[in-house]
Design a binder for this molecule. Structure first.
Ligand code: AMP
Ligand code: MG
Length: 402
């Protein structure tokens, strides 16, 4: 039985390098970049006003006070999107708005609230407060210099990053192709939600949860029909799924029972098992195999085991396949509000709920069929074998749960 780190290292070593494709920036949210992007321009593009007000020479208004205002002559107006031609003469000021290019000759902006238009003389502006040089001015290149790195290879394109790219004039970007993943659920007891249940039947719930996690990991899920527990059905389903997909994720049929056909059927359709079983709870009977350039991730059928092994062992592979550098679940520090016990011989990824103050609670019953605690959980805490963590212990919470 492999330790989880060893299993993950083997999976990541098998995953091919990302295949790059070019997409419009509007379609790039959450994709992974396959190259770094350099800014072609300065940001801001030009010196501009941070306020609605008047562009001035700072030295001319250095002495301005409410009871001793400085009078400037209004010499023009520049709206955002306009240019200012010429030079602002001494003793003058120019009406500007947020984003207006700073007129040549000016080196500060006095905000409108610190000025008055002299009554009856709309061309005379009284400045009531001094301005320091470059006050209320956003300087060209102060945010991003031309040639600076906007995103690095392997970065995920967040809303903030795509905004920065757009502001720099980038319209399309190279990202890792999204792997197409087939989802199979094996089990003769399984029925589709919405159908009637016969004796011994249960509703199938793994494909819907896994397809949500697949999409979050940037993969494209294809959901295949339910697969009954016969060697022939499992073989036929695997064969079809491997034809259509880059990898196949199965649930169920990987334990030691005589109805567990995944491993033998996978080998029968030309697959090569890489390993079976990982020393974690939930999820011990996890299977990883290669099928040419494609992969099998055989998850246990218990719904919690399926989702947790996906998060720990499959999600990283899918992200790396798209070129991501950081493939671990986001981790936050928290403090246990109650004890977490793992009396067993394998490390246990315990479902927890962490609140906004970082207090960590057990999410409830921890058995691997118990979906109520999965629904409640927003994180996992890795508890070592034969260990009880007491209330007050600082823990790392692996976050997930959207
Ligand atoms: P297995 O790994 O096939 O032995 O299944 C373990 C347990 O999980 C059994 O109780 C199954 O009925 C249940 N199970 C397997 N697959 C699913 C599924 N897709 N949805 C819900 N429960 C499942
Ligand atoms: Mg089964």
């Amino acid at each position: 039985m492999l330790e989880m780190e060893e299993a993950l290292a083997r999976i990541l070593a098998a995953v091919p390098a990302p295949v790059s494709e070019t997409v419009r920036l509007s379609a790039a949210h959450k994709r992974i970049t396959t190259g770094r992007v350099i800014s072609p321009i300065d940001l801001p593009v030009f010196d501009n006003s941070a306020m609605d007000g008047y562009a001035v020479r700072a030295a001319e208004v250095a002495s301005a006070r409410a009871d001793a205002p400085v009078r400037l002559r209004l010499a023009g107006r520049v709206a955002a999107g306009e240019g200012f031609v010429g030079e602002m003469a001494a003793g003058g000021c120019i009406r500007v708005f947020t984003g207006s290019p700073l007129p040549s000759g000016a080196n500060a902006v006095v905000m409108q609230e610190d000025t008055q238009v002299e009554s009856g003389k709309s061309q005379d502006i009284l400045v009531l407060e001094p301005a320091k040089p470059w006050e209320n001015v956003r300087l060209a290149g102060e945010d991003i210099k031309r040639g600076a790195v906007l995103v690095n290879e392997g970065d995920q394109l967040t809303a903030g990053r795509i905004s920065l790219l757009a502001a720099s004039g980038v319209a399309q970007i190279n990202v890792g192709r999204q792997p197409v993943i087939g989802l199979l659920a094996t089990g003769s007891e399984l029925r589709e939600p919405g159908e009637a249940l016969g004796p011994g039947n249960i509703y199938e719930s793994n494909r819907i949860g896994l397809s949500a996690l697949l999409r979050q990991a940037g993969a494209v899920p294809i959901i295949f029909p339910l697969v009954p527990d016969t060697a022939q059905d499992v073989r036929a389903a695997l064969e079809l799924a491997f034809k259509q997909c880059d990898a196949v994720v199965t649930s169920g049929g990987v334990s030691v029972g005589e109805m567990d056909f995944i491993k033998s059927a996978f080998e029968a359709v030309g697959g090569e098992l890489q390993f079976w079983r990982v020393a974690i709870k939930p999820g011990r009977p996890f299977v990883f195999g290669r099928h040419g350039e494609k992969f099998l991730f055989g998850l246990p059928g218990n719904p919690v085991s399926a989702l947790v092994t996906f998060l720990l062992l499959v999600r990283p592979a899918l992200l790396r396949w798209q070129g991501a550098m950081d493939v671990s679940l986001p981790a936050y520090s928290g403090v246990l509000a109650e004890p977490l016990a793992n009396p067993g011989p394998r490390r246990h990824f315990i479902r927890v709920n962490v609140d906004s103050e970082g207090k960590v609670f057990s999410a409830g019953v921890q058995a691997s069929h118990a979906l109520s605690s999965l629904a409640k959980a927003n994180g996992l805490v890795d508890v070592a074998p034969a260990t009880t963590l007491l209330a007050g212990t600082a823990v790392r919470v692996l976050r997930w749960g959207d």
